[in-house]
Design a protein around this ligand. Structure first.
Ligand SMILES: Nc1ncnc2c1ncn2[C@@H]1O[C@H](COP(=O)(O)OP(=O)(O)OP(=O)(O)O)[C@@H](O)[C@H]1O
Ligand SMILES: [Mg+2]
Length: 379
């Protein structure tokens, strides 16, 4: 079994469906259960609308066409997909597997993800035994590609020892299998594995691509969404398609018509109008009045200070303040966010925030005064 050239027929290939209990597989089980109940509506939309073919993917055309041409020429290298969550990495490899193996794909794919044991033992036993055998039906003679696929999803959670054990396995069994390693943080994958794979970065989706897919779902589900609701949804998604679909489904369940307020309520993010009112009060009112106004609004809307800080951070784009004042404020916002995350008291940090805004205004005024004096001096 340890010989890389073993061309042993393996009619009972270790299939992901029979062995696994991971995320992708959980979704398979969910789909099967929903089908059994005859009700697709039971499914979360992220699974119901998971792309089935490579054409269903709305983004990363360059990656899908490259991978498709690899498949057509039967020259698939080992792959490394990395990028932020919800950008279609798992969907791409599953769609690819369907394209390569057809309906029989589960027999030719070993999928292991973070919910499976993937220590060094598993690499030595499960991965190696899957890799060391060939599938009769997928061989060249059977019209198949001649290799099986091992998908290691969320590989950044694998220990360095397990990754180390993998490097020889990857080389040794290239005749039988191709590896696809998927992760969010590529720097957690050891260099030796990175160098054995062709790397593809999955960037966050462009907002118009998210919109295209959302439109498809909205139409299919008969959801009603206003233009500002859609804009808010796109903005909050930040290019994460999974997040966009989850928020859309939650809003659809809670509101008959989805507008921006519904979207912000569902996600618990502060509404930009509230943030604007708060910042205006902080800038224009005297300290105590501003503190009272902001605390009252914060309590009324049930806002966490951390969310408020990120809201203000985004709002800063719209505010005209001088360069020094902006830099000062950004630095302070960073400090407050950090202190909040390490257990700082909300009340104290709120006053610190207020102080930071006031100080930045003073800095802006000072800078303006200096500029004026300079202008006068030049005359
Ligand atoms: N490019 C895309 N086109 C269409 N739908 C997408 C795309 N990317 C993501 N989705 C949707 O988002 C869901 C999650 O995508 P997927 O599981 O592929 O993300 P991922 O990149 O593997 O994320 P993670 O790093 O968290 O595992 C899919 O079920 C699908 O509905
Ligand atoms: Mg994934």
């Amino acid at each position: 079994m340890s010989n890389g050239d073993t061309e042993m027929a393996d009619a009972n290939a270790v299939s992901s469906s029979s062995k696994g209990k991971g995320k992708g597989k959980a979704s398979d089980i969910a789909v099967a259960q929903a089908n059994a109940a005859g009700d697709e509506d039971l499914l979360p939309w992220v699974e119901k609308y998971r792309p089935v073919t490579l054409d269903d993917l709305v983004s990363h055309r360059d990656i899908t066409t490259t991978v498709e041409s690899f498949i057509e020429k039967n020259r698939l290298p080992h792959l490394l997909f990395y990028g932020p969550p919800g950008t279609g990495k798992t969907s791409t490899i599953l769609a690819m597997a369907r394209k390569i193996y057809g309906d029989n794909w589960r027999n030719n794919v070993l999928e292991l993800n973070a919910s499976d044991e993937r220590g060094i033992e598993v690499v030595r036993e499960q991965v190696k035994s899957f890799a060391s055998t060939r599938n009769v039906f997928s061989g060249n003679a059977g019209g198949g590609p001649g290799f099986k696929l091992i998908v290691l999803d969320e590989a950044d959670a694998m220990t360095a020892a397990a990754q180390g054990a993998l490097r020889r396995v990857i080389e040794q069994y290239t005749r039988n299998v191709r590896f696809c390693i998927i992760c969010n943080y590529v720097n957690k994958i050891i260099q030796a594995i990175q160098s054995r794979c062709t790397r593809f970065r999955f960037n966050p989706l462009e907002l118009d691509q998210v919109e295209e897919r959302l439109d498809h779902v909205i139409e299919n589900e008969g959801a009603h969404i206003t233009q500002d609701g859609k804009e808010a949804l796109l903005k909050l998604s930040k290019g994460d398609m999974r997040r966009a679909l989850n928020v859309l489904q939650a809003c659809h369940a809670a509101y008959p018509s989805i507008d921006s307020t519904a979207v912000y309520n569902c996600t618990g993010s502060p509404h930009p109008d509230d943030i604007r009112a708060m910042v205006q009060s902080m800038m224009n009112d005297e300290f105590t009045t501003a503190y009272n106004t902001v605390s009252a609004l914060k309590a009324q809307k049930g806002m966490a200070l951390a969310d408020m800080v990120s809201g203000i951070y985004e709002f800063l784009d719209e505010v005209k303040v001088g360069r020094e004042a902006r830099v000062y404020l950004l630095d302070q916002l960073g400090g407050i966010e950090h202190r909040l995350s390490t257990g700082g008291a909300e009340k104290v940090q709120l006053t610190a925030l207020l102080g930071a805004v006031k100080m930045s205004l003073e800095l802006a005024a000072k800078a303006q005064g200096q500029a004026k004096a300079k202008g006068n001096g030049a005359k």
